[in-house]
Design a protein around this ligand. Sequence first.
Ligand SMILES: Cc1cc2nc3c(=O)[nH]c(=O)nc-3n(C[C@H](O)[C@H](O)[C@H](O)COP(=O)(O)O)c2cc1C
Length: 190
Amino acid sequence: MHELIEKRRSPRAYSTRPVEPEKLRELFEAARWAASCFNEQPWRFIYAAREDKENFNRLFDCLVEKNQLWVKNAPLLMLTVACGTFAHNGKPNRHAWHDVGLAMGNFTLQASALGLYVHQMAGFSSDKARENLGLPAGYDPVAMVTVGYLGDIGQLPESLRQAETAPRSRKALDELVHYGAWGTKSGLPA
Ligand SMILES: Cc1cc2nc3c(=O)[nH]c(=O)nc-3n(C[C@H](O)[C@H](O)[C@H](O)COP(=O)(O)O)c2cc1C
């Protein structure tokens, strides 16, 4: 596996070191070059740095309490947004969220290449995000995301500390990959 994929993980302990604007630009640039259905590029991003209290707090306020516990230390917080309709024909874009995910895949690996870490979250209120951040009709909140450098896990409450050092696990390939039709073994070498 490529080293950038291997070292990627979703941390909860961040350093206070801010994300340099030039590096942040590289992350968005990587996201921008993702593939998308009809090249519609349905991804949108709203971000704020922690030192910009007013804007950071508007995003922070959308998170569930369990995420707020650790996100309060993250130097950068973001909401990803999907445009749900194709611009070229006005029909629903069934792959918009898929494409936002692709953009975030690029974003995350570019972050890995720059020594940064990303943690995506579903634990937030979409309604609050729409309202707090003024999303126009037709745009849907997808995920919230922290970005930053790794910090000391000692800053986390005990309940969260364990997860940071616990072994990471994944389903076996055979459970995920089928050959030819559903239910057949993948045929991949062991
Ligand atoms: C769409 C999405 C939503 C997630 N939501 C949360 C969340 O609300 N809170 C949280 O602490 N982690 C969240 N995670 C992080 C996952 O728990 C994490 O990616 C998973 O456990 C695998 O760990 P790893 O990313 O370190 O490999 C989310 C990840 C994704 C991709």
